[in-house]
Design a protein around this ligand. Structure first.
Ligand code: DX5
Ligand code: ZN
Length: 220
């Protein structure tokens, strides 16, 4: 029943001392995208990594780069991330004063435009932009850190968003980010998710390649 569900391992949970090895693990696995979390210490209470590290990742990555910006005023860097090879560029709803303009600017650089929403942000706020958005990233944890536990309200949000997408005849993909494991993956897909991001569950497992394979099996 499931259509082409994508898995996007989050490199935030990789071993940064062995970044090339971990990027290559994703290359050689059944995963679909590399999920890259950029945090500025202002929008979220943590700083991850920035452009030079993304450049190093890009050098080795063979799959599309799904870049998740947890930064204030992301418009400043849209061109920069396009030049760094991002295929999907996701900005936070809460960080944009002129979201419609930001979405158009991302598309004008040839990238898929993503909008992430925090756990407290209501889906209905996307009603007027949904047809323009290529991907909505529903945060299933408060952004800023890997390894947090999944917020159960995410299922309801996913169902509500899926209904809105259908109702508006939009083609938007739904991505779920935070606390994804083999325990909630199937239910998320049943609720309408298209892309699952997983960090700790993959990289902290004994055999990340096998864990990705198992996630794919659950979803097939
Ligand atoms: C959280 C990040 C996530 C994070 C997910 O702010 O956006 O992408 O890396 O990590 P896990 O899967 O460990 O919750
Ligand atoms: Zn993320």
């Amino acid at each position: 029943m499931t259509h082409n569900i994508k898995i996007a391992p989050s490199l935030l949970a990789a071993d940064f001392g062995n970044l090339q090895r971990d990027v290559e693990m994703v290359n050689n696995s059944e995963a679909d995208w590399h999920h890259i979390d950029i945090m500025d210490g202002v929008f979220v209470p943590n700083i991850s990594y920035g452009m030079p590290v993304l450049k190093a990742i890009q050098k080795h990555a063979t799959k599309p780069l799904d870049v998740h910006l947890m930064i204030v005023d992301p418009d400043r860097y849209i061109k920069t991330f396009a030049d760094l090879g991002a295929s999907v560029l996701t900005v936070h709803y809460e960080a944009c004063n002129h979201l419609h303009r930001t979405i158009q600017a991302i598309k004008a650089e040839g990238m898929m435009a993503g909008v992430a929403i925090n756990p407290h942000t209501n889906i209905s706020l996307l009603e007027d932009t949904i047809k323009d958005i290529d991907l909505v990233c529903i945060m299933s944890v408060n952004p800023g850190f890997g390894g947090q536990s999944f917020i159960e309200n995410t299922y309801e949000k996913t169902r509500t968003l899926k209904a809105m997408i259908h109702g508006k005849r939009a083609k938007t993909l739904i991505e779920i980010d935070g606390g994804v494991t083999s325990k909630n993956a199937k239910a998320l897909i049943n609720a309408g998710a298209d892309v699952l991001v997983a960090g700790s569950f993959i990289f902290k497992s004994d055999n990340p390649t096998q864990t990705i394979h198992e996630l794919k099996e659950i979803l097939s």
